[in-house]
Design a protein around this ligand. Structure first.
Ligand SMILES: NC(=O)c1ccc[n+]([C@@H]2O[C@H](COP(=O)([O-])OP(=O)(O)OC[C@H]3O[C@@H](n4cnc5c(N)ncnc54)[C@H](O)[C@@H]3O)[C@@H](O)[C@H]2O)c1
Length: 457
């Protein structure tokens, strides 16, 4: 087994090699798809996964690949859900596997099988008798791992973003359809207390006809990006290779739900521009000595990327990405309709009326619109604590969908479309903000399921 340093080196080397060499690399996305004016729809080798339920079962057997920061959080949340058995853990760092195995046995479960002797040992995990494989590794590993798990008959829950190129988006869709296995993107923000409540308000017509939304990931990650551990070992590399929105799904997932994307509407095209790069290089200059290798790095990703998505039903979404500026956290998370709007950070509502001048707190709507999942499990979720409780609700709900044989709330088409702004923004930025078509990952089926499907408790 590699020691911790070897494992980190392997992981980093693989990331750089993969990014540099292959068609799935972030760097080459723009080269593969020089012009995306007419997005092509490849032929499917299977029928749609829209509306396909899980096979019901009493207990869910889970394997987890990647137990760094996020994978360990997911494991802890899953260990808080009844009738979930953690059967296998894979990570390149033996100490992380051992720590995860101890969390499992501390909860009274038998020891999970450990994997991670090399980059590809996850292939041995996916051979086991498991119902679903969770993937919480660096981005370049998501698709090879998800595809391998589905081909071995496992459903997949993959961290965000699910994929980083259009080719990878299609690989997930095609594999899910061919294998009849779900590929769920673990977009925890869709399960936030406010997000689920606002979705209910949108569906009840509180804001009237929806025309516009705003979504973002605005999070000062300078310390994390430049650390010599955890995400600092891999997450800075895309900032040296592309210019665009590297992390689109936290803001976009909830707004896509408000707009019934793939449930009556779909993303049509987007335009994107980036500011110049300044903040990450200044941070590195100020905080690291001349001798630190980071001082030689050249960052290509602009500090703030702004995109506008247009949907086929004529709605617009302003989508932003900024992980390098000193500023408070925000995902914007706003939605505008003909009767009013919701905006987050802080959460507030404006409803049209004769004497209307100012915002109301969202609390005024909580009694009527708090989602039943939060009513039922909110206390437990807040106690577990992951991102204010949304992580527990996300995992509780996914396990519940599997146990009860329900259709998942979020499917492979969502995974592909919510991740696609990375390559599309890169191409648009390269072409001075030119319009980029979203592929129709549903192959024409974005309008077939009722609005209410998803969170249909
Ligand atoms: N949804 C959220 O709120 C949220 C929060 C943080 C991170 N994430 C996502 O979770 C994923 C992981 O992020 P993280 O913060 O845990 O990073 P991390 O660096 O802390 O952990 C990644 C782990 O993957 C392991 N790994 C790398 N290559 C591997 C391989 N070939 N086989 C097995 N293990 C391998 C590493 O050893 C490491 O332990 C990323 O996709 C990230 O975007 C999501």
């Amino acid at each position: 087994m590699p020691n911790e340093k070897d494992a980190i080196d392997i992981s980093r080397r693989s990331f750089v090699q993969r990014t540099a060499m292959s068609g799935v690399g972030l760097l080459v996305a723009g080269d593969i798809l020089k012009s995306n004016l007419e997005a092509e729809t490849p032929k499917s080798s299977g029928s749609t996964m829209i509306g396909v339920p899980f096979e019901a079962r009493e207990r869910v057997r889970v394997g987890i690949i990647g137990v760094g920061g996020r994978g360990t959080n997911l494991l802890e949340e899953l260990l808080g859900v009844e009738n979930v058995d953690i059967k296998a853990i894979c990570d390149l760092v033996p100490a992380k596997v051992a720590h995860a195995q101890k969390l499992v046995t501390d909860k009274g479960q038998p020891e999970a099988k450990g994997f991670g002797k090399d980059d590809w040992d996850f292939k041995n995990l996916t051979q086991l008798d498991l119902d679903i494989v969770y993937i919480a590794t660096p981005w370049n590993w998501h698709v090879p791992m998800a595809v391998n798990a589905m081909k071995n008959g496992k459903h997949v829950a993959v961290e965000v973003p699910a994929c980083t190129t259009l080719e990878e988006c299609w690989q997930l869709v095609d594999t899910s359809e061919a294998t009849r296995k779900h590929c769920v993107i673990l977009e925890n923000c869709c399960y936030g207390e406010n997000e689920m409540m606002v979705l209910g308000m949108v569906r009840d017509g509180v804001f009237g006809e929806i025309t516009h939304g705003e979504a973002a990931y605005l999070h000062d990650l300078r310390g994390i990006l430049t650390a010599n551990e955890w995400e600092g070992l891999w997450r800075r590399f895309p900032h040296m290779k592309l210019d665009g929105n590297i992390y689109p799904t936290h803001g976009l997932g909830p707004v896509a739900h408000y707009m019934d994307i793939h449930r009556g509407d779909r993303f049509d095209y987007m335009v994107s521009v980036s500011s110049r790069e300044a903040s990450l290089s200044e941070y590195v200059k100020v905080n690291f000595p001349d001798t630190d290798p980071k001082r030689k790095e050249k960052y290509t990703c602009g500090d703030i990327n702004t995109s506008i998505i247009k949907t086929v039903k004529g709605r617009t979404i302003m989508l932003q990405h900024d992980v390098v500026n000193p500023r408070p956290y925000s995902r914007l998370n706003s939605i505008q309709g003909t009767k009013g709007m919701f905006a987050d950070y802080p959460a507030r509502v404006f409803i049209d009326g004769p004497k209307k001048e100012d915002w109301d707190s969202i609390d005024a709507f909580r009694e009527k619109y708090q989602h039943s999942l939060w009513k039922q499990s909110g206390e437990m979720a807040r106690k577990m604590g992951g991102h204010g409780g949304m992580d527990y609700i996300e995992n509780y709900r996914l396990m519940d969908c599997i146990k009860r044989g329900l259709v998942p709330d979020i499917d492979v088409y969502d995974a592909a479309a919510w991740s696609a702004p990375t390559p599309l923004s890169e191409m648009s930025v390269k072409q001075n903000g030119s319009s980029q078509k979203f592929p129709d990952f549903t192959r024409g089926k974005w309008n077939v399921r009722p609005d209410s499907q998803g969170f249909a408790l």
